[in-house]
Design a protein around this ligand. Structure first.
Ligand code: DQA
Length: 144
């Protein structure tokens, strides 16, 4: 049987992991994150594709691709979490599990980060566990 394909989708500024506010987001670079998730996925029998974009339209097209292909998704919507109804509407079309991940604990940060407009449409949410959160999401997808 072929490996289940999973999209790990990252929103704006996450391509700068490692350089970006390391006290909040850690020192792992985006390239390291990609390697780690592809390897974790392979161990779990998943074919993991990791993508990042700073462009909302591109993210929406990836979410449509996942919906049309019935692909599970791990999504870190980054700043879009807090205001993008367009991303929320695309997530609402999902046809497989979609787990929302935040590296930081958005609930202990600035007030404007406490609410995610995406969460109501996600299967579940992981926040504050660093990049391990992505791996936990993949484990959940592999087991479901
Ligand atoms: C984030 C939290 C968001 O508030 C922020 O805009 C991000 C990253 C996280 O992974 O902790 O860019 O989604």
């Amino acid at each position: 049987m072929s490996a289940t394909k999973v999209l790990v989708l990252n929103g704006p500024n996450l391509g700068r992991l490692g350089k970006r506010e390391p006290k909040t987001y850690g020192s792992t670079t985006y390239a390291d994150l990609v390697d780690r998730l592809v390897k974790t996925g392979a161990d779990l029998g998943l074919d993991v594709q990791v993508r990042q974009t700073d462009a909302e339209a591109e993210m929406i097209s990836w979410l449509h691709e996942a919906a049309d292909g019935r692909l599970p998704v791990v999504l870190n919507p980054a700043a879009w979490s807090h205001y993008s109804i367009a991303i929320a509407d695309a997530v609402a079309q999902r046809t497989a599990d979609l787990i929302e991940v935040h590296i930081s604990n958005i609930h202990t940060r600035e007030e404007f980060r406490h609410h995610s407009v995406i969460s109501a449409y996600a299967t579940g949410v992981i926040a504050g566990l660093g990049i391990e959160g992505y791996e936990l999401a993949l484990r959940r997808i592999a087991g479901s």
